[in-house]
Design a protein around this ligand. Structure first.
Ligand code: COA
Length: 242
C-alpha cells in the first residue's frame, strides 16, 4: 500500500511495519493520521500475508506527542474528542486485528501515543522514552481508551495517579509499572521488535491468533466464562475450525 502522507507502511516477509511519520510535529496524531491508520489497519486485518505488525514513530524525538494541538484548538475539546474517536474507530480497529501488534516506543509517548500503544499486544521501549497523559491539564478525558486500557494494564491505583495528576514517567518507571514489557537502548529498539516479531512468526499462525484472541476477549469475562471461551477456542484450533 502506498500513497500515505503521514504514515509509512512497509511489508516484508510477513512482518508489517507502520511508522507514524510527522517527525517535525513529534508525530502528533491528526485527522489525516487517524484516517490513514484506519485504512492501513483495515488492510492488515484482511491481509493473510501479514503475520505480525510493528508500530513505531519516525525521527529521534518521539513515538507520538499526542493529539495534534493545532487541530485540537480549532474546535472545543469535547467536539474534537468525539470527532477523533467516533468518526473513525481506529482504537476498535487496533483491537480487532488478529495478528499480534508490537509497539516500539521511544522519546515522547504522550496522550493518544500512550493510548495507541495500549491497544497493541506488546510494548517495547527505549531508555529515552517518556510517558504522560496530559488530558486533565487540557480539560478533557482521554479520547482513545486510556481511562479503560491503562488501569487494565497497570492496575487501578497506578493508573488513577497517572491519569489524575498528569505526571510523566520515564522508561524505568514504565517498566517497573509493567506499562512496557521490556526496556532497551535506543539503537536496539527496532531490531529487538523485529527479532520478537520473527520469533512469534515462527509459530503456528492460527495458534498465535487464538492466544491473542483468548487473552483480549477474556479480559471482558468472568474467570469461568473465560475458561469456557479458552476451551472453545482450543477445540476449534485442534479441529481446524479457526
Ligand atoms: N500537536 C501539534 N504539534 C506538536 C505537538 C502536538 N501535540 N507536540 C509537539 N508539536 C510540535 C511543536 O509545536 C513544535 O513545532 P514547531 O517546531 O513548528 O514549533 C514541534 O512539534 C517540536 O516540539 P517542541 O515543543 O519544540 O519540542 P520540545 O522537545 O521542546 O517539547 C513536548 C516536546 C512534547 C514537551 C511539547 O512539544 C509538548 O508539550 N507538546 C504537547 C503535548 C500534548 O499536550 N499533547 C496532547 C495530548 S492530549
Amino acid at each position: 500500500m502506498t500513497g500515505f502522507e503521514v504514515i509509512i507502511y512497509e511489508k516484508r516477509d510477513g512482518i508489517a511495519s507502520i511508522t507514524l511519520n510527522r517527525p517535525k510535529a513529534l508525530n502528533a496524531y491528526n485527522i489525516k493520521m487517524r484516517d490513514e491508520l484506519y485504512e492501513v489497519l483495515g488492510a492488515i486485518k484482511d491481509d493473510p500475508e501479514v503475520d505480525v505488525v510493528i508500530l513505531q514513530g519516525a525521527g529521534e524525538k518521539a513515538f507520538c506527542a499526542g493529539a495534534d494541538l493545532t487541530e485540537f484548538l480549532t474546535a472545543p475539546p469535547p467536539v474534537f474528542a468525539r470527532k477523533a474517536r467516533f468518526e473513525r474507530d481506529v482504537w476498535g480497529r487496533f483491537l480487532s486485528i488478529e495478528q499480534p501488534v508490537i509497539a516500539a516506543l521511544h522519546g515522547y509517548v504522550l496522550g493518544s501515543g500512550i493510548e495507541m500503544s495500549l491497544c497493541c499486544d506488546i510494548r517495547l521501549c527505549s531508555d529515552d522514552a517518556r510517558f504522560g497523559l496530559p488530558e486533565p491539564g487540557l480539560g478533557i478525558i482521554p479520547a482513545a481508551g486510556g481511562s479503560q486500557t491503562l488501569p487494565r494494564t497497570i492496575g487501578q491505583a497506578a493508573a488513577l495517579e497517572i491519569l489524575l495528576s498528569g505526571r510523566w514517567i520515564d522508561a524505568k518507571e514504565a517498566l517497573h509499572l509493567k506499562l512496557v514489557n521490556r526496556l532497551m537502548p535506543r539503537a536496539d529498539l527496532y531490531l529487538e521488535a523485529e527479532k520478537l516479531a520473527k520469533k512469534i512468526q515462527s509459530y503456528d499462525k492460527k495458534a498465535v491468533r487464538a492466544i491473542k484472541q483468548s487473552v483480549w476477549r477474556g479480559l471482558d469475562l468472568s474467570l469461568n466464562e473465560g475458561l469456557a471461551m479458552e476451551s472453545r477456542l482450543g477445540n476449534q484450533l485442534k479441529e481446524g475450525r479457526l
